[in-house]
Design a protein. Sequence first.
Length: 122
Amino acid sequence: MPKVKRDFAIKKPKGVNILGIGYTIEYCDKPSDVDLHRYTSLWGQIDYWTRSIRVYDNGRTAVDIWQTILHEIIHGIANDLHMAELEGKDHETTVDVLALALIDVFTRNGWLTVEDDETTDV
């Protein structure tokens, strides 16, 4: 049997409520499908008009997918609260680091579980 490295346990949410506004979460096989307008390839995108979050997930690890989901949720919070310090393309790195920090907090507190780093039979 092949051996695989275990990853974060993942349950892909189909939606999220951000400050009282419901957003659907869609998972895309191609990064070019993530962009609603098909202008560029993206890891994730939140669209305030359609109230949707799209995430590229084909072959990505669960931690990468969750980081992208949290990244887009942070954008949604910043938009709704008019937090200029987190809005716009100039702040993508800040938003990404915040999402990574939240992954760490959730993992350390047992809200997201990590299997051992060993490999297991499929």
